[in-house]
Design a binder for this molecule. Sequence first.
Ligand code: PGA
Length: 226
Amino acid sequence: MLIAGNWKMFKGPRETEEFVRAFSPPDGVEAVIAPPFTSLREAVAGGTTVFAQNVHWADEGPYTGEVSAAFLKELGVAGAIVGHSERRQYFGETDETTAKRADQAFAWGLRVIACVGETEAQREADETEDVLRRQVAALPPHPDLVVAYEPVWAIGTGKTATPELAQEAHAFIKTLIDAPVLYGGSVKPENAAELLSQPDVDGALVGGASLDPESFTAICRAALHS
Ligand code: PGA
């Protein structure tokens, strides 16, 4: 089981140091934290496996505001999240740029968590499978690829997919690609065990509830028994 905490734009270096001091995940679960770029050094120093929240597709160059895989490797970062729905929604990320970022991460020996998921309108229009098929088809198959199924309507809204609905989407994704699939979208200590006990749920990508060391530890513990 892989339990990854996506901190989004929360926690600078000082708060990151405080978090890693307080965080001790149980053995038997792989815990990953993905802080903002400027907190990566402090996160790595804390000893937990660290992912970045994005990575650029070029080795270096005139790409203002972007960060290369080489820079991440230099800091001891283990992988990167790509294609998060907030990147797709607010920063023009597409299936194509998501794939380019993933390819580059693999070329540098980084692992990848690639996010897919339908919006509420797409689910209501019965387009979920089409959206997932298109998003997953764009991803480069690789032994270090992990897919995160994050229904956009469940992210940061408190609306979690039911375990049955998550299971259904995960099983569908697994017909498309051979990779572990994490569930993401309002995962909390209270709902983690039930979601993680679904047969095709291989872990979680946790936003809000990963910011507090106690709740993130509780989710990691729930994974242990699932
Ligand atoms: P959430 O975020 O757990 O706060 O819903 C999940 C994510 O966006 O990765």
